[in-house]
Design a binder for this molecule. Structure first.
Ligand code: GRF
Length: 209
């Protein structure tokens, strides 16, 4: 059984989608723990209800980013994870932390990377007049929202879209591509060649709506 640790900061709907697919499809994996950097993260309740171990490493309790990163790494490593999944985890992680989990840490970002790294992606896509947007699952590297791309979803940007309506349409696809990407990792089907992620079975790494 592969061991997965999921990091959240809030709602945790991507975490829920992964937990659900792991159970429904009987993955050879278990969600070893859900870790939040905020005690009030709503997703913690869902994890507890499912009998999943939870932990909080509150960033407010640490004087520096390094100290927070070190405490977070200790909490994660206690679970001996094969994979660390960032699911709406809203803290920037330092280089040493990222290197520690290189090749075994995934993130999801609600834009078609490399467009719009950082915050307010949906507003920026609308303001730029983009006709399509989407979400990206990628391996985490020290540069924010820039690692090798595992899978992307593409959704149309409609004329009347608001930040909220576009976010909702993109989020629905996040709940499909993130569990898929995690499953591929667990099954050992991903390889990185020259910074590009290939699926060994040639599966499509694109979800087009
Ligand atoms: C998602 O849109 C994710 O792409 C972004 O933050 C949001 C988290 O949502 N990084 P949730 O906590 O998974 O519901």
């Amino acid at each position: 059984m592969k061991r997965i640790v999921i990091l959240i900061s809030g709602r945790g709907s991507n975490m829920e989608a992964i937990v659900q697919r792991c159970a429904d499809e009987r993955w050879p994996a278990q969600i070893a723990a859900v870790v939040a950097n905020r005690p009030q993260a709503a997703g913690l309740a869902f994890a507890r209800e499912r009998g999943i171990a939870t932990a909080v490493v509150d960033h407010h309790a640490f004087a520096s980013r390094d100290a927070f990163d070190a405490a977070l790494a200790e909490t994660i490593d206690a679970q001996r994870p094969d994979l660390v999944v960032l699911a709406g985890f809203m803290r920037i992680l330092g280089d040493a932390f990222v290197r520690r989990y290189e090749g075994r840490m995934l993130n999801i970002h609600p834009s078609l990377l490399p467009a719009f790294p950082g915050l307010h992606t949906h507003r920026r896509a609308i303001e730029a007049g983009c006709k399509a947007s989407g979400a990206t699952v990628h391996f985490v590297t020290p540069q924010l929202d820039h690692g090798p791309i595992v899978m992307q979803s593409v959704v149309p940007v409609l004329a009347g879209d608001t930040e909220a309506s576009l976010a909702e349409r993109v989020l629905a696809t996040e709940h499909r591509i993130y569990p898929q990407a995690v499953r591929w990792f667990i099954d050992g089907q991903l390889r990185i060649e020259g910074g590009v992620v290939r699926h060994s079975g040639g599966a499509s790494q694109l979800l087009l709506l």
